[in-house]
Design a binder for this molecule. Structure first.
Ligand SMILES: [Zn+2]
Ligand SMILES: [Zn+2]
Length: 313
């Protein structure tokens, strides 16, 4: 049976703290978008993987993070411009609402402070410190979460060996040129973006993304809305159908702060309604990343059982 996976990059201010001129509309939409998403998930009974920035588990901080290898300029915005914006830096209240929701969500990891793991300047030491800080923040919080899945900030994949070392089981990988924004996106509308999870050399399950639900914005989107149906809704429907046909995984993702207007919410509502309808008819299953990883691993174990290595070695 085909599978739909929905992952959420939940970050509030942390998605933009290193950006010179953060987009105000996105930054200010994070909290409302988070609530709207939770409501929609509950309305359609859809479980998702919420990859949360670890800093959001904190109730407060000194802004210095002396033990962090990037202490200093990396945390500058929370020491200055966002010093009086705890709503952008902390969110145990919002994380609690994920675990309290009716839908059976998973809490995953989006690093501690949104460091780009694939960037050359991100050393092994920094990557390990980021993940350890995230795990520690989650563990010290009263919220019950067992983080098994990783979503790399800006999909910048790196230091997978450290993920494995620290006990994570899976991550959201990328498909080259697949999430392209702009004219290329139009060309790709027809292709059903189905993925097949694999086990990497570190024993981690790679569950690549199929489609970023808000990667097709601006003029091209307005043109399509004017001429045809919202192209992302059509593409999502094609993805769900292809997942059912090909026994594959259709992995969609977004940020709470993508929900800036009624049009953004309506796109998601229509996609969720369609997924729920197909699920209710038995065409697909909706799973979290951790559940997909578990299924892939047990299938791999069965294969080892079916095909044992030659004896006498
Ligand atoms: Zn801090
Ligand atoms: Zn992010």
């Amino acid at each position: 049976m085909g599978t739909v996976v929905i992952s959420i990059d939940a970050e509030l201010g942390w998605g933009f703290h290193d950006v010179v001129d953060p987009p105000t509309d996105r930054v200010e939409s994070g909290r409302d978008g988070w609530h709207t998403l939770l409501e929609l998930f509950d309305r359609y009974d859809l479980p998702a993987t919420w990859a949360v920035v670890g800093h959001l588990f904190l109730e407060e901080c000194d802004g210095v993070h002396a033990r962090h290898p990037l202490a200093g300029t990396w945390f500058e915005r929370e020491q200055t411009e966002w010093l009086d914006r705890p709503d952008l830096r902390f969110a145990p209240d919002l994380i609690r609402q994920i675990t309290d929701a009716d839908a059976a969500h998973e809490i995953g990891c989006h690093t501690f402070s949104h460091v780009l793991f694939g960037q050359e300047s991100t050393t092994l030491e920094i990557a390990r410190a980021e993940l350890l800080a995230a795990l520690e923040a989650a563990e010290n919080s009263p919220i019950d979460s067992e983080m098994r899945s990783v979503v790399f900030p800006r999909n910048s994949v790196g230091h997978r060996d450290v993920l494995a070392e620290l006990g994570f089981s899976c991550y959201r990988g990328t498909r080259p040129n697949f999430d392209a924004i702009g004219p290329d996106a139009i060309r790709k509308i027809g292709a059903p973006p189905i993925v097949h999870p694999t086990i990497d050399e570190f024993g981690l399950i790679n569950i690549p993304s199929s489609l970023y639900l808000y990667g097709f914005e601006g003029f091209a989107r307005r043109l399509c809305e004017w001429l045809w149906e919202d192209p992302i809704v059509s593409r999502a429907r094609a993805g769900v159908a292809a997942a059912a046909d090909e026994d594959g995984v259709f992995h969609i993702w977004l940020h709470p702060n993508n929900l800036m207007s009624d049009i953004d919410v309506e796109r998601l509502r229509r996609i969720f309604a369609h997924i729920a309808e197909r699920r209710d008819r038995g065409a697909i299953e909706v799973k979290t990343m951790a559940d997909v990883a578990k299924a892939v691993r047990s299938r791999a174990d069965e294969m080892v059982y079916e095909y044992p290595p030659p004896s006498g070695r």
